[in-house]
Design a protein around this ligand. Sequence first.
Ligand SMILES: [Zn+2]
Length: 375
Amino acid sequence: MQKKINISAFFLVFFLSFSSFAIDLRKEIRERKIPTYIIENTSYVSLKSLLRILDCEGSWGRVEDRIFIIYDGSEIKFKLNGEQVIFRGKTENIVRPVKEIEGEILLPVDGFDNILAGIEKKSTVSSQEKETDVEKAPSKKKGKGEEFIILIDPGHGGKDIGAVGYFGLKEKDVNLDIALRMANYMKRELRKSPHVKIYMTRHSDIYVSLEDRVRMAKDINAGVFFSIHANSSRDRRQDANGFETYYSAEKENVAFLSPPSNVEGLKEDIGYDSAVAKILEDLSTTSVSDESRILADFVQERLAERLLTPDRGTKRRNLYVLRYTPMPAILTEIGFLCNPNIELNLKDVEVRQAIAETLGKALLDYLKFRGIVSN
Ligand SMILES: [Zn+2]
């Protein structure tokens, strides 16, 4: 019998037990001193600020010009330059279009205030924050209000399936399930460190381009980018085995470049030999690479403790999401899906949970090592 995980049921865990009250957008803007922008006589607020108000900075995504926020289990969807918002299946007209200016997504206060008035605010996180601020005098550099954001990136999704096993298991599903479990584990482990927030590049089976993953990491100012994948060997060898973790030795954070046009871009090295690559190399931020390497080593160490499969080591590779994220970033390949034994293992909920917790422990090792959370 195949054990199948009900992702939606799992997903609900994040949204349980919130007490609630209605949201007054204008009041929030006033009280929190949130900046607004006047464009063509209309007042706008940034998507980032709105997510902060909703306390769901990790629960949003963007697919081309469509943006969605998952709030309290419901979706709020709208389009760039569009004047309609779909919330809980109902279409609401907003007076002015959503805009994107210099990479910042801006929402008209008029219109969004109505939508927010119709929803209720979850309060769990803020009350947790208050408690901890009182009980724990921050001895670390990261004090009150100094967030540290972890962006967990389940590889592939939607039309981009990733590797497929002999029995048909899809990499995109394995990645997502392990990432959700890891996020859940981290949230549990970080209860006492509310300044550390866990976000994900996707929470469901949707396509997110590599460019959008990187953009998201920049937008939310992530401190760590953690990408989860399952491997396949080039010729789908059934005896391919082991786990490995990549980091980029040539970080580039000056310009924003388009990803390689083919979806396989994830697997493609960005040429070492071109003049452009050379220039980028000169601009590279070595220290961020070193940090990535340290994190990758923690991941390999922890996986080696837990898995019986071969340790293929920490490797340098200029994968797009590693190179263009300006923060420490790693991509771990937890096992070979083209190996039917591994595929069967990865179908097992307990194996997935164990891998998720192992990755979580490695990340905690790093956070402790860097003093971001206390021991
Ligand atoms: Zn992959």
